[in-house]
Ligand binder design. Structure first.
Ligand code: SUG
Length: 416
């Protein structure tokens, strides 16, 4: 089969909870302490995957990581009783946001003709910094075929790296050589800039990218300060189309010119702040969308319901659909449980352009497998988790058994 884009969604784990751990992520802060609904969350995520499968797209998934994470607690010499935030960190289901699992450079872009993946170190947030060793284990299983894939460890922790959430790829087609755009932050006012320029440069070198087809672009500090803790909260690209908020980049015009210099076919759809303010873009997650090339060649934008229901955003989207732009369909999905922690449709997926035949089939979704996953979620995922339950033995037993049941159902018990 030819190289196609495969979206690997994170299956939302049984310990999904709202602990307010991410400074600079406004949704995480505003939902801190809320009762979470892990079962509903995971079913919402699965419904999104089924929705994309039904569109005729190839869909993959990654598994939740082991939680509570005893290895993390050991490393910080804690048992979870010292500090509620450390305890919550060890229980976090944050690996669901697979846009932060790794940065991916498909084979048409790399010197050795293999698809390269570098796990993201996620060092800025303690609860996310524990993810990458388990993530890399999983990536090495899913992409074990070393004739086609190279999976790298995370870059050293002196440089913060948040993976594909700050990386865009453009080109005339997925399978054609791409322009890779790395977006880094320098300052975010009161909020941290999570993606460091040096981390992006390390990843580009590791992947063997052509410097003539690689851009390093600064994120607008005002966007970070307004709550765009990752660039994918304010911009998304697919093939020749960049869909972006006017205030996403520190130098928007310079960025668009640099893109057009490499890719003259580029179509840049800019949403002006006068139509959708930065605050409304961040509250609605309009840009945290999956911009997909559908089997008929048209592009569709998978957005969260929050964006569809937002009056200013809806007005802008209606105008866009009525115009003759490159984005022909808008497809709203309900991922409210993830959204309440700052994770929209785009956060929940890692894009890999590859021949599906070269991927371990255990990580690829079919309708039957979706039914199997749904049965495990419905039977094992806790219905609710209240903040006070984190750290209890009874919940730990439940969460461990739930993940175990999923691994067994998917013949992936080697990830136990
Ligand atoms: O890293 N939220 C995640 C959301 C990640 C979204 N990903 C992308 N934009 N690609 C984060 O801030 C909240 C967890 C908590 O507060 O319990 C959290 O980790």
């Amino acid at each position: 089969m030819a190289q196609v884009e495969i979206n690997f969604d994170g299956i939302i784990g049984p310990s999904h909870n709202y602990a307010g751990l991410s400074l600079g992520n406004l949704a995480s802060a505003s939902h801190a302490g809320d009762v979470s609904r892990p079962r509903a969350a995971a079913l919402q995520g699965l419904a999104k995957m089924r929705h994309n499968l039904a569109l005729g797209l190839v869909q993959g998934f990654l598994l939740p990581l082991p939680r509570p994470n005893a290895r993390f607690l050991d490393a910080i010499s804690a048992d979870g009783s010292e500090d509620p935030r450390l305890r919550a960190a060890a229980w976090s289901a944050s690996s669901m946001w697979t846009a932060n699992a790794a940065t991916v450079s498909p084979s048409p872009d790399t010197t050795d003709g293999r698809c390269h993946l570098t796990a993201a170190n996620l060092v800025t947030m303690p609860h996310r910094s524990q993810e990458w060793p388990d993530t890399v284990r999983q990536l090495r299983l899913a992409f074990a075929d070393s004739a086609h894939f190279a999976v790298h460890d995370a870059v050293p922790p002196c440089f913060g790296d948040e993976g594909a959430a700050n990386h865009m790829r453009m080109g005339t087609a997925h399978a054609a050589p791409g322009l890779e755009i790395f977006v880094y932050g320098t300052s975010g006012g009161a909020f941290p800039a999570r993606q460091h320029e040096q981390a992006s440069r390390v990843v580009a070198r590791l992947h063997g990218l052509d410097p003539a087809r690689t851009l390093f672009v600064e994120q607008n500090p005002a966007a970070i300060a307004a709550g765009a803790f990752h660039n994918d909260v304010v911009a998304v690209a697919n093939e020749r189309v960049l869909f972006t908020h006017e205030l996403a980049f520190a130098d928007p015009e310079g960025t668009y010119a640099a893109i057009r210099a490499v890719l003259p076919e580029a179509e840049i759809v800019v949403v002006p702040a006068a139509a959708v303010s930065l605050a409304d873009a961040i509250a609605s997650y309009l840009f945290n969308a999956q911009l997909l090339t559908l089997p008929d060649g048209a592009m569709g934008l998978v957005i969260p319901l929050e964006a569809w229901e937002h009056p200013a955003v809806r007005t802008w989207l209606d105008g866009m659909l009525a115009s003759n732009g490159p984005i022909r369909r808008v497809l709203p999905v309900d991922v409210r449980q993830s959204m309440a922690n700052g994770g929209g449709p785009a956060c929940l997926r890692l894009r890999v352009v590859a021949d599906p035949e070269t991927v371990d089939p255990r990580f690829l979704l079919s309708a039957d497998k979706a039914d199997r996953i749904e049965a495990v979620i419905s039977g094992h995922w806790p219905e609710t988790i209240a903040a006070g339950e984190l750290g209890t033995d009874s919940l730990a037993d439940r969460v461990v058994a739930a993940r175990r049941a999923l691994l067994d159902a998917l013949d992936l018990s080697q990830l136990a």
